[in-house]
Design a protein around this ligand. Structure first.
Ligand SMILES: Nc1ncnc2c1ncn2[C@@H]1O[C@H](COP(=O)(O)OP(=O)(O)OP(=O)(O)O)[C@@H](O)[C@H]1O
Ligand SMILES: [Mg+2]
Length: 311
C-alpha cells in the first residue's frame, strides 16, 4: 500500500471538548512519521489556542501560536518547529490564535480571507518540505477558526466519546462540514473514531456505533473499525512525559529493563510511569493508522479515476 503525490491535509475536529482530538493527532502523526524504513514526512498544525498537542502531547515550547496567527491574518509564511521527532515538524498553537479568531469578522469585512492565506502558505510549505501528511488539530470552541480549517483540509476525522454530549458535537460538526462543502470546500469525511472506550461494555459500544452509523448515513463513510480503549494511567503518563502512545511502549520496555538491572544490583528502582502496560492502547492507534492509510488510498484512487474520465 503506497501513498504518493502531494500532501494530504487531515483535520481532526469535534465541536465538543475532551474527546481525544489532540491525543489522536499526536499518536497518529508520530506513528506515520516513524513507520517503515524511510518514514513519511509529517507536519502537525496545532490550530488550537490551548496548544495541547504542541506543549502537552509533543512537549514543544512553541511560539504561542504567533506564526500560524500571522499566516491567517497577514498571509506570512508558516514557520515550523523542525524535527520535534524524526520526520515530524510542528506549527505551534497558542493564545495568539484566540486573538485571530475573535477578530475574524473584522477581517472578513475588510477582505482578509484566512482560509486563502492558510491554504497558500500551507501549499508553499508542503512543496518546499515534501510533507506526505499534514494533521490539523482544532480546539473545541472557535467557530471561525474551525470553518477556516474545514476550507483548507482534504479530509475530516472526527473523534468522539460515547456520551450524548460528545455525539451532539459530532452532529453539529457534521452540519458545519456539509455547509463547508456547499461553499465549495473539497473536504471528504474520512471517518468517526470512538475514543476512550470501555472495552467491557460491548452492548453499549454497539449501540453507540449504531448511532454514529445513522449520523453518517448518506456520507459514504463508516465509523472506523477500531476503537481507542480507555487507559487513564497511560493518558496521565503521555501528558506528563510528553510521549505518544507508541513512544510510551518503548519507554515502558526500557523502564522494565532498568528496574530489573537495579533489582539485580540490589538498588531501589525508580518509577516514572503509572501505566503498567500501554501496548494495547498503542496497538489501537497502529490499527487506526492502517485504516486511515487504506481510506486515503481509496479516496485518492477514486479521485484519479474521476479525473481520467473528465480528462
Ligand atoms: N486512552 C485514553 N483513556 C483515557 N483517557 C485518555 C486516553 N487518551 C487520552 N486521554 C485523556 O483524555 C483527555 C482528553 O483528551 P484530549 O486532550 O486529546 O482531547 P481533546 O478533544 O483534544 O480536548 P480539547 O477539546 O480540550 O482540545 C485528556 O486528559 C487525555 O489525557
Ligand atoms: Mg485538544
Amino acid at each position: 500500500m503506497t501513498m504518493t503525490g502531494a500532501a494530504r491535509v487531515i483535520l481532526v475536529a469535534n465541536q465538543k471538548g475532551g474527546v481525544g482530538k489532540s491525543t489522536t493527532v499526536a499518536a497518529v502523526a508520530e506513528m506515520i512519521a516513524t513507520a517503515g524504513k524511510r518514514g513519511r514526512r509529517v507536519l502537525v498544525v496545532d490550530g488550537d489556542p490551548q496548544a495541547n498537542v504542541t506543549m502537552e502531547d509533543l512537549g514543544v515550547e512553541g511560539d504561542q501560536g504567533r506564526s500560524l496567527a500571522a499566516t491567517l491574518q497577514f498571509g506570512q509564511p508558516l514557520a515550523p518547529v523542525r524535527d520535534v521527532r524524526a520526520h515530524l515538524d510542528v506549527i505551534a498553537g497558542g493564545p495568539q490564535l484566540a486573538v485571530v479568531g475573535a477578530a475574524a469578522h473584522l477581517m472578513s469585512e475588510n477582505g482578509i480571507d484566512m482560509a486563502t492565506n492558510l491554504q497558500t502558505q500551507l501549499e508553499a510549505l508542503c512543496a518546499a518540505e515534501g510533507y506526505d501528511v499534514v494533521l490539523i488539530d482544532s480546539g473545541p470552541g472557535d467557530v471561525p477558526l474551525l470553518d477556516t480549517y474545514l476550507s483548507v483540509a482534504n479530509y475530516l476525522l472526527i473523534p468522539t466519546r460515547d456520551d450524548q454530549a460528545s455525539l451532539g458535537g459530532v452532529e453539529r460538526l457534521a452540519r458545519r462540514f456539509w455547509r463547508a462543502r456547499k461553499r465549495g470546500a473539497s473536504i471528504e469525511l474520512l471517518g468517526v473514531l470512538l475514543f476512550q472506550v470501555n472495552q467491557q461494555a460491548t452492548k453499549r459500544n454497539e449501540e453507540v456505533l449504531g448511532q454514529v452509523k445513522e449520523m453518517l448515513d448518506g456520507s459514504g463513510t463508516e465509523p472506523f473499525d477500531v476503537v481507542i480503549r480507555s487507559n487513564p494511567a497511560a493518558a496521565v503518563d503521555m501528558r506528563n512525559l510528553h510521549k505518544t502512545a507508541g513512544e510510551l511502549v518503548a519507554l515502558a520496555h526500557d523502564e522494565r529493563r532498568s528496574r530489573l538491572s537495579k533489582l539485580r544490583k540490589g538498588e531501589k528502582p525508580q518509577r516514572s510511569m503509572w501505566a503498567s502496560d500501554p501496548t494495547g492502547l498503542a496497538a489501537d492507534y497502529q490499527e487506526l493508522v492502517r485504516q486511515i492509510v487504506a481510506r486515503l488510498v481509496r479516496y485518492e484512487s477514486l479521485a484519479a479515476t474521476a479525473q481520467e474520465r473528465v480528462g
